[in-house]
Structures are given as structure tokens and as C-alpha cells.
Design a protein around this ligand. Structure first.
Ligand SMILES: [Zn+2]
Length: 427
């Protein structure tokens, strides 16, 4: 048995560290967000150098207003998120939920533990609901991007909740079972299980899950198909199919993606994209996506994710046995019943506090990948076409051309338009 006095000291230390990380993260994020808002507002009046002939002032100002509106909403989300996290942990939310379910189920077993995880998920979803609705039906609506009706929104909500339960409950049950039955090294087994599920999802997502939400039709014969097929042959790609997705039923934002692995690879174009770009521009956008594939960006990201998650599972494996881990985060551990669901939950909600501080590293890697994919597109199509396509997409998505450089380091997975276009069009 560990010395109880040192355990309570460790718990107090964890509480302090947790509160400190929460405060520091909150301050840092508030600072970044207010920088972004001020920077965009300051550059609202004038187009940045180099864009005067390609972007209209009204489009530039719409992008500024949209960015500011979205970022302001992010500020509210931040404050609420921190309050909710505090409520779940130090203020005793998880502990109360756990003891309520302990008495409701007459003790702790697999079902009670699953109920803890499921009710946490349900309550969190409900808490996120008002802001999500406001984002879709107020902000997106005001700027003319929202195409979702309340009925479609509700249908999506029901479908994704059912799907979440269908996928989430079995994996949670499996991991909880491993935690109880696989001995001290359970975390290695749980990690393997988690990876297996991820690969399964990657395969099921384009083939089974996406069709539940959107209609996919084969790309019709014509100039676009000819261009795209020629490009893919040139780059040595065989895809199972070229599809058009009815993205316009939810949003006016356009996109294209290349998905799946092995023989299940497919190319998907949003109908919104096809409506706005010329065949040459579409080929250039696809070449960019193929560039990601050729450079193995996706596989490398998966490997990185698997590596970091092994580390995370190892840490969880150790923390789950420390009573101060629970006490320090405001949870009274169960006596004579497994604490596995509590450990999972506490770890899942507190880990992002730390990961935010290293997010610039991952954002930088992602932005470097984007440049690489752009370079690939220039070799196999035409840089000018990609540049005009990007400009149209930036305009259609009302992405600001003048983001704050420090904000970009933390939050931008794609380089800002000015940097991408400068590289595409050369000096
Ligand atoms: Zn990309």
C-alpha cells in the first residue's frame, strides 16, 4: 500500500497542475483568438498586396466578417468548454454521475461502467448542442453557407448518435473488459484493439458510413472525367471509382478528397466544387490530393498517431493504478468495484490540456505536407490552375487572406493563401 499522506500530497499536486494547465491554456487561447480578431479587423479595409486584381474588396470584407464571427463564437466555446471541464472534474461532476449510477445499478460492473461512459457522452453532446445549432443556423446562415434544414439536421443528429453508440459501445466494452481481465499489461492489448478499430473504421468510412449521410453518384462522362482519368493514369493511380457527393444539401463550402486504401481507393468530388471550377482547375485540385498520397502523408500521420497512442495507453496503464490520479481530478475512486471507466474518462478529458501546447508542432508538419502536395500538383498539372482554383475556394469558403501569423502557427493545418499562392506562382 502506498503511504496515504504522500498520496494525498500527490493528489493536491495534480489538482494544482491541472488547474494551472487549464488556466494557462485558456489564457493562451484567449490571447491567440483576440490577436486573430484584431489582425483580421485591422486588414479589413484593404486587399493584401498581390490580390488586388484577383479578389474583390467585397469578397475580402465578407471573409473578414465571417472569420471574425466564427472566431468570436470560438471564444464563447472556449469559456464554456473550460467551465464544463472544471464541472466534470474538480467540481465533482464525474464523481456524482458515478455514485448515482452505482446506486442505480446496485454496484459497479461492466454495465454500470458502460453506463458511466455513455451518460458522459450523452450529457456532453447535449451541452455542445446550443452552440453547434447557433453556428449552423445563425453564423453559417447569415453568410449564406448553410443549406441544412432543421429536419435534415435532426435526421443527421439521430443517425450520427446511433452510429456513435453502435461503434463506441462495443469498443468501450472491449477495452473495459481488457482492463479488468488482461492483467498489468492490459494497455498493450487495449492499444492493439484500438488500432484494429481505427483501421476498420478507415475502411468502413467511405464504403458504409459516408453513404448513410450523402448520396454518391458516379462522375459522368465529359471533359472533367477525361481530364481526371488522364491525370490519374499519368500519376500511376488506379481508383475504384470517381464519385460526386451531394455536399450542397448541407453547405455551400466546396471540397474534394481521395480516400480509402488498398483496392478500395476512391476519389470524391463535392458537387459544389464541380459547379465552381473548370476541368483544368479540378484536375489541379485532385493532383494536390494525389500528392498527399504519393508522399505517404496519410500513412505517416497514422503511424505517428499509433506511436503517440501507445505512449498514451502506457501512461493510462500506470495512472489507472494511482489513487491520487482520481482524487487529484475530483473523483472519489470506487472501493471494491473497478475504476476503469473513471480512469478512461479522466484521461480522455484531461490529456487535451497538455496536447494543446504541442499543437504548433503538428500544425507545422501539416502545413509542410500541404506545400509538398502543392509542389506535386505543379509538376503534374499546372500551378496557375491550382492557384486560381485555390482562390475560388478561399473566396467560396470566405477564408481570410490576412490571418494573424501567430494564430496560424497554432491553428492552421493549411498554409495561408498568400504563402501558398506565392510558392505556386513563383517569384
Ligand atoms: Zn492538402
Amino acid at each position: 500500500m502506498p503511504d496515504p499522506s504522500s498520496s494525498s500530497e500527490l493528489a493536491a499536486g495534480l489538482t494544482f497542475g491541472f488547474a494551472l494547465a487549464l488556466m494557462a491554456g485558456l489564457l493562451l487561447r484567449f490571447w491567440l483568438v483576440s490577436r486573430q480578431i484584431r489582425h483580421v479587423a485591422r486588414h479589413r479595409g484593404e486587399l493584401p498586396a498581390g490580390f488586388a486584381n484577383t479578389v474583390s474588396l467585397s469578397a475580402h470584407q465578407k471573409a473578414a466578417d465571417y472569420t471574425i464571427a466564427k472566431t468570436r463564437l470560438g471564444l464563447l466555446e472556449l469559456a464554456l468548454g473550460a467551465g464544463v471541464l472544471l464541472g466534470w472534474t474538480l467540481l465533482g461532476g464525474i464523481s456524482a454521475l458515478n455514485s448515482f449510477l452505482l446506486s442505480a445499478f446496485g454496484g459497479g460492473g461492466m454495465v454500470q461502467q458502460l453506463a458511466v461512459l455513455a451518460s458522459f457522452a450523452v450529457i456532453s453532446t447535449l451541452l455542445d448542442l446550443p452552440l453547434g445549432l447557433y453556428q449552423t443556423f445563425s453564423v453559417e446562415q447569415a453568410f449564406g453557407f448553410n443549406k441544412t434544414t432543421p429536419k435534415l439536421w435532426l435526421l443527421d443528429f439521430v443517425k450520427s448518435s446511433l452510429l456513435g453508440a453502435l461503434i463506441g459501445l462495443p469498443i468501450a466494452a472491449l477495452i473495459l473488459w481488457l482492463m479488468g481481465a488482461a492483467g498489468a499489461q492490459w494497455w498493450i492489448w487495449a492499444w492493439g484493439t484500438w488500432i484494429g478499430f481505427n483501421l476498420l473504421l478507415l475502411w468502413a468510412l467511405p464504403t458504409f458510413i459516408a453513404p448513410l449521410f450523402n448520396k454518391f453518384t458516379a462522375l459522368e462522362d465529359g471533359a472533367i472525367k477525361t481530364q481526371v482519368t488522364a491525370l490519374m493514369a499519368r500519376c500511376g493511380f488506379a481508383a475504384k471509382g470517381l464519385f460526386v457527393m451531394d455536399g450542397s444539401k448541407r453547405s455551400a463550402h466546396g471540397n474534394a478528397y481521395f480516400t480509402g486504401f488498398g483496392s478500395a481507393k476512391r476519389v470524391v468530388f463535392y458537387d459544389t466544387l464541380l459547379a465552381k471550377l473548370s476541368p483544368d482547375e479540378i484536375a489541379a485540385v485532385l493532383a494536390h490530393e494525389l500528392g498527399h498520397f504519393k508522399h505517404r502523408h496519410l500513412s505517416r500521420r497514422m503511424l505517428l498517431l499509433f506511436g503517440t497512442s501507445l505512449l498514451a495507453f502506457a501512461m493510462l496503464g500506470w495512472l489507472a493504478n494511482q489513487s491520487w490520479f482520481y482524487a487529484g481530478l475530483g473523483v472519489t475512486p470506487n472501493l471494491g468495484a473497478p475504476n476503469d471507466a473513471l480512469a478512461l474518462l479522466l484521461f480522455m478529458i484531461s490529456a487535451p490540456l497538455l496536447s494543446f501546447f504541442i499543437s504548433p508542432v503538428f500544425s507545422a508538419m501539416s502545413r509542410r505536407d500541404e506545400f509538398q502536395a502543392d509542389a506535386y500538383a505543379v509538376v503534374h498539372t499546372n500551378g496557375q490552375d491550382l492557384a486560381t482554383a485555390l482562390l475560388k475556394l478561399y473566396e467560396d469558403n470566405a477564408s481570410t487572406l490576412t490571418p494573424d501569423p501567430v494564430y496560424v502557427r497554432f491553428y492552421y493545418s493549411h498554409p495561408p493563401a498568400s504563402e501558398r499562392l506565392a510558392r505556386l506562382l513563383g517569384p
